[in-house]
Design a protein around this ligand. Structure first.
Ligand code: HDE
Length: 706
């Protein structure tokens, strides 16, 4: 077979792909079905008969079609692709898929964490970023997030964290939202969460697209080379389209207009050939430097600022094929940070160590037993050979009478790699010498320095968004004691931040931590609070998403062309050509669906209207010239489109004659993001502003609330 964008994994699962075209309908046993509409009855109006095996075959399958959703990360979207290794890493790792020039098939799944499977894509939440590499030495899973740190330091707290954020157990509210009492109760008692919470309150938690977010392995891992030497490594995915977000008010509206916004965006981009790409970067730390930093490398609530250890790019991932079937592929794929290949190993991060148990355990349950490895999407491309047998849903037919080791009856096969002079996976031979303790290292006890680093690295507008997010979330908390307790934590991070949030909550931030917070922190660190070590850097540019006009790219961005009958085709075509030359997409939004007639007499089918769409679903807005302007003048939803785009700091362009429409909007100042044909070069200026993502300047004096 030669499928478009096939890779070894796509070919590998092809034999399982079923195409019903021109096929006769059968039961699950292949028996041809004569009538799929009527059950077998005793007489025309008579009772149904128990012997109707065709009905039973159909209904029994239907009755079992749902499986447990993932306990976290239930809502996700996936795609196939390839990873190409681009740097020579052989001195540091023996991982074959990282050998320069090697191309490895991948399947990626992006997800939200807290919401159920059918919840909105636009929740304020962390996004999962899981990559399965189908390497020649087995599957390697890099199961990361779009935020480089985590809420907690020890796996033991994970069920508590998840119980706190999920809908409350008595009334199962709220859905896909952290803005409720139990979450903030937990967070305000766990100061170690302060850093991650700062990220979650930033716009990072409401991405513009899966294609425009970073991915992080979060934990420190280890590369291991041929000589068995280890090097600490942090993994980063850097999106070629830049890192961008929507605004919180937009997120809330998008959830109504299109709860599948991110899923649709990924699907359509791949469908149209806008294949998203990420560069894989690594931060490398020699083992000798383990104790060199003011923070502990094993602490998953800490980043390594890029100023201290730069990110080196070692490869590129391209997603180029949508799945054929959501359930079979995206739902049934099983990621597990415990799936390693030779050359990569764990560090002793206690969160990572705990994850190694949880994933396979939950998959044994979710996917119905120990043979989930045999589900096509989970199978390694290099095959599996061992003595595991039987179990629910077993597919492989193990030949011969031998299913044990050592054996002579099977010629000693499957053999240990070492017996044939080959090498299999060998754990890094790190020296371990310690007492058994249930506790935590003091080097994990500084909770606020990096939360402060993140806040201080944001632009003024990003800081404002963080203040609004804390204010929104804590306003939804009913218990005032919880609000106050969290404010006390914010005060430790940055007094002005606490003051601003406090103002919105009507509370003066307490100057010391709540005694309950301290009491719980002392259970991990009896000496809490500790004197925080002096950080190496207090600002890191890589932590801000903001870019300048002209700095980014607009590839695959969506621009709404606001039109009506009588619009000038020339005006539409000229802008469309300019945008398409940069990879962006023009979408006509009109007063009605169906045929739209241009001033020049031609017609075009339109699928989007002011009724079905809103400006929150677009990156920029353009009003072409033409007789359509008279119609738009009478269209309140047209003005809503503009006002909302203005509020959210988007580029808005008007061709000749259309600029008079501005008078009826809430746009009071023609700033650099309002592009007029009468001033400068319309297409060039529009694209330049779009390349900055938003006109942040506007936030300062914007008085529009729509
Ligand atoms: Fe997960 N996590 N997690 N997690 N996680 C799961 O595994 C868990 C953590 C992440 O697209 C579950 O198959 C524990 C950090 C992603 O299918 C479960 C701890 C990071 C996904 C589980 C963590 C993640 C999961 C639920 C703390 C970023 C979705 C279903 C010790 C580095 C994978 C499943 C997909 C899914 C456990 C913390 C990322 C329950 C115990 C840190 C992206 O096993």
């Amino acid at each position: 077979m030669k499928e478009k964008n096939a890779n070894k994994k796509v070919e590998h699962i092809h034999k399982y792909v079923v195409d019903n075209t021109d096929k006769r309908m059968t039961t699950n046993d292949g028996v041809p079905i004569h009538d799929n509409n009527n059950t077998l009855k005793g007489g025309e109006r008579g009772p149904s008969l128990l012997e109707d095996f065709i009905y039973q075959d159909k209904m029994a399958h239907f009755d079992r079609e749902r499986i447990p959703e993932r306990v976290v990360h239930a809502r996700g979207s996936g795609a196939h692709g390839i990873f190409e290794a681009k740097a020579d890493m052989s001195k540091l790792t023996k991982a074959k898929f990282l050998k320069k020039g090697t191309i490895t098939p991948v399947f990626v799944r992006f997800s939200t964490v807290a919401g159920f499977k059918g919840s909105t894509d636009l929740a304020r939440d962390v996004r999962g970023f899981s990559v399965k590499f189908y390497t020649e030495e087995g599957n390697y899973d890099l199961v990361g997030n779009n935020i480089p740190v985590f809420f907690i330091q020890d796996a033991m707290n994970f069920p508590d964290l998840v119980h706190a954020v999920k809908p409350e157990p008595d009334n199962e509210m709220p859905q896909a939202a952290s803005a409720h009492d139990t979450f903030w109760d937990f967070i305000s008692l766990m100061p170690e969460a302060a850093h991650m919470i700062m990220w979650v309150m930033s716009d990072r938690a409401i991405p513009r697209s899966f294609r425009m977010m970073e991915g992080f392995g979060v934990h420190t891992f280890k590369f291991v080379n041929e000589e068995g030497k280890g090097t600490f490594v942090k993994f980063h995915w850097k999106p070629r389209l830049g890192v961008h977000s929507v605004a919180w008010q937009e997120a809330q509206k998008i959830s109504g207009y299109d709860a599948d916004f991110h899923r649709r965006d990924l699907w359509e981009a791949i469908d149209k050939g806008h294949f998203p790409q990420w560069d894989l970067g690594v931060q490398l730390i020699p083992e000798e430097d383990e104790d060199k930093f003011s923070f502990d490398l094993l602490d998953p609530t800490k980043i390594i600022p890029e100023e201290l250890v730069p990110v080196q790019i070692i490869g590129t991932m391209t997603l180029n094929k949508n799945p054929d079937n959501f359930f079979a592929e995206t739902e049934q794929i099983a990621f597990d940070p415990g799936r390693l290949v030779p050359g990569i190993d764990f560090s002793n991060d206690p969160l990572l160590q705990g994850r190694v148990f949880s994933y396979a355990d939950t998959q044994n349950y979710r996917l119905g037993g120990p043979n989930f490895h045999e589900i096509p999407i989970n199978r390694p491309v290099n095959g599996k050979h061992n003595n595991q047998k039987d179990g629910f849903g077993r597919q492989d037919i193990l030949k011969g009478n031998t299913s044990y080791f050592p054996n002579s009856t099977g010629g000693g096969c499957p053999y240990h790699a070492m017996l044939n002079g080959e090498k299999g996976f060998e754990s890094h031979a790190e020296k371990i010498d310690g007492r058994k303790i249930r506790g935590r290292s003091t080097s994990f006890a500084d909770h606020f320095t990096q939360a402060r680093l993140f806040f201080h690295s944001q632009s003024p507008e990003e800081q404002e968004h963080i203040i609004s997010a804390y204010s929104f979330e804590l306003s939804k908390v009913n218990d005032p004691k919880i609000r106050e307790r969290e404010l006390a934590i914010l005060h430790q991070i940055d007094k002005d931040l606490a003051k601003s949030v406090g103002k919105n909550l009507g509370i003066t931030p307490p100057s010391t931590l709540d005694p309950l917070t301290v009491q719980f922190a002392k259970q991990n660190h009896p000496e809490y609070p500790i004197q925080a070590p002096t950080p190496e850097v207090t600002v890191s540019k890589a932590l801000s998403m903001h870019i300048q006009p002209g700095e980014g790219n607009i590839e695959s961005r969506k621009v709404a062309f606001l039109v009506a009958d009588g619009v000038s085709k020339a005006s539409v075509d000229e802008m469309k050509a300019a945008l398409e030359a940069e990879g962006a997409e023009a979408v006509l939004v009109s007063t009605h669906v169906g045929k739209m007639t241009f001033k020049e007499g031609d017609t075009e089918e339109v699928q989007h209207t002011f009724l079905t769409d809103a400006s929150v679903c677009y990156d920029a807005i353009y009003t072409p010239e033409g007789d359509s302007i008279k119609t738009l003048m009478q269209e309140p939803d047209y003005f809503q489109f503009l006002n909302e785009a203005y509020r959210h700091c988007k580029a808005i362009a008007f061709d000749k004659g259309a600029e008079k429409l501005i008078e009826q909007t809430l746009i009071k100042k023609v700033d650099e993001g309002i592009i007029l044909a009468s001033k400068g070069n319309l297409t060039k200026d529009f694209i330049f502003v779009m390349k900055g993502h938003r006109v942040w300047e506007r936030e300062k004096d914007r008085k529009v609330a729509v």
